[in-house]
Design a binder for this molecule. Structure first.
Ligand code: SF4
Length: 490
């Protein structure tokens, strides 16, 4: 995919949404909800709708706007719907891995939309094959769907509960049956999932609160780790299917990079968390400079925070073409050689003869920071100092975020001075783990004295920091790579 030519940040996982809204055009509502979740996955999109009798599905490779049109939405009438925007985590980006997955079971149709990644999918897959269950895709979501179809229990809630114990990893699920929409969150609470009351009656659940607010939802509530929530007309049915893990593992990267700034997660606004990350960075790293600029878009709040705390002027340094990274058309060789310049232009007047602090959210492979610095130097920057709003990423993620393998991660085999030399910065600084956790908690508790800073790496804080520390919440199988099953299904 041409996305690779422009993106080096960790890839978002997926966006999921589910709606129960009697007498409404639920397909169209799901479509607009997916639009608000597009940043979480740009490779494929899908919607499944039930009218209480049968389920219809439409999914394809492409952006939400490319996959759906008036006609295919009009063909999906009903009261219950789920939707998915996909960036592939397990399985390649081929159409057969697009979601929702829909199958017929002895209890009727079931469709599943999944955000996350199971770390024991290889073992679960073997088990299904041993029992004669065929698989048509390479995605762990198909494994989840087939396990649900064969699960014991009198109701879908019971069947889901009975298989949740076997799933190890990250899963936020929206499940559509003939006459239910159920939302399920793993007991570690890796990724966010929220539910809200729709203005015309009924409920919607989605990865981010921004999508629910797009639909006019009120009384938005976070679905708690280990819960199954059944969407209904008035009161929600909430069921604690498995107990939440004693040590939760909420993904810190949701706050650093993935979530849209208008998202609210356990009462914290992502925008304000990012501003705090920038402020914390300015407390830790003092640099004599003339201007602070963000690498747009995700670093804008952090750069504002850095500027406020340091007293150095904030300004725009780059203008980003927000759409180039979303094209599926491959560039020509000569355009490809321009690399990052296809995506960013510098505002020369803001950079000329200036000592610049460039704020970015992360360095993964390290192949876009250097070209950005070059652009700034060509525009006349006197010095370029790079500050990053998280610690060095040294370990891959197995819970639904694609950062590549350990070898791909520049900080796993180079120290900070070596990286700085490689990217051509005058200096390079990363936020400390302690500072990052302080910034995430500081929004909830502005009284610094009350912050729990004794052991910021510990899961007592309820966060996963495995990509920075290599300490995973459970055993992970390093061989279980994203496309590990591709060799079996051509
Ligand atoms: S390893 Fe990193 S990206 Fe993956 S869930 Fe943990 S914090 Fe998030």
């Amino acid at each position: 995919m041409s996305l690779n030519y422009y993106e080096e940040s960790p890839r978002e996982e997926c966006g999921v949404i589910g709606i129960f809204a009697p007498n409404e055009d639920v397909a169209r509502m799901t479509y607009f909800g997916l639009y608000a979740l597009q940043h979480r996955g740009q490779e494929a999109a899908g919607i499944a709708v039930s009218d209480g009798a049968s389920v219809r599905l439409h999914k394809d490779i492409g952006l939400v706007s490319q996959v759906f049109n008036n006609q295919n939405l009009a063909n999906m009438q009903g009261h219950y719907a789920i939707g998915h925007t996909r960036y592939s985590t397990t399985g390649s980006s081929q159409l057969r891995n697009a979601q929702p997955f829909l199958i017929e079971t002895m209890y009727g149709p079931i469709a599943v939309a999944h955000n996350g990644n199971l770390v024991n999918s290889a073992e679960l897959r073997e088990d299904l094959l041993k029992h004669g269950v065929g698989l048509s895709s390479t995605s762990d979501t198909e494994i989840i769907t087939l396990m649900l179809a064969g699960a014991k229990g009198n109701t879908w809630k019971e069947r889901i509960q009975n298989v949740m114990e076997r799933w190890v990893g990250a899963y936020c699920l929206l499940i559509l049956t003939r006459d239910h929409v159920l939302a399920v969150r793993d007991p570690w609470g890796f990724h966010p999932l929220n539910v809200g009351l729709l203005p015309g009656g009924g409920h919607a659940a989605a990865s981010e609160t921004g999508a629910l607010r797009t639909l006019g939802c009120e009384a938005i509530r976070e679905i708690q780790p280990g819960e199954i929530v059944e969407l209904s007309n008035n009161a929600l049915t909430i069921h604690q299917a498995v107990p939440p893990k004693k040590h939760l593992a909420q993904c810190t990267f949701e706050n650093i990079y993935f979530a849209r700034p208008d998202n609210v997660w356990h009462g914290l606004s992502t925008h304000h968390v990012r501003q705090n990350l920038g402020k914390q960075l300015a407390m830790e790293v003092k640099i004599d400079a003339d201007v602070v600029i963000p690498v747009p878009d995700s670093s804008i709040p952090a750069a504002i925070g850095y500027a406020i705390e340091s007293g150095i002027t904030y300004n725009d340094g780059f203008i980003k073409n927000r759409y180039i990274g979303r094209t599926f058309i491959e560039p020509t060789d000569s355009l490809r050689k321009q690399g990052i310049a296809l995506k960013f232009n510098v505002i020369n007047e803001n950079i000329l003869n200036k000592r610049v602090i460039m704020v970015d959210d992360s360095i993964v492979r390290g192949n876009t920071t250097g070209p950005l610095i070059k652009l700034l130097r060509s525009a006349g920057a006197k010095e370029v100092h790079v500050v990053i709003t998280c610690p060095p990423i040294t370990h891959p993620c197995f819970m639904g975020v694609d950062m590549g393998s350990q070898d791909d991660l520049i900080a796993s085999h180079k120290n900070i001075d070596e990286i700085s030399h490689l990217i051509g910065s005058d200096s390079l600084h990363f936020l400390s783990l302690e500072g990052m956790m302080r910034a995430m908690n500081a929004v909830a508790d502005p009284d610094e004295k009350n912050l729990r800073l004794s052991d910021p790496c510990s899961d007592e804080q309820g966060y996963c920091n495995a990509c920075f520390t290599g300490i995973y919440p459970f055993n992970v199988n390093i061989q279980n790579t994203k496309t590990g099953f591709e060799k079996n299904i051509a």
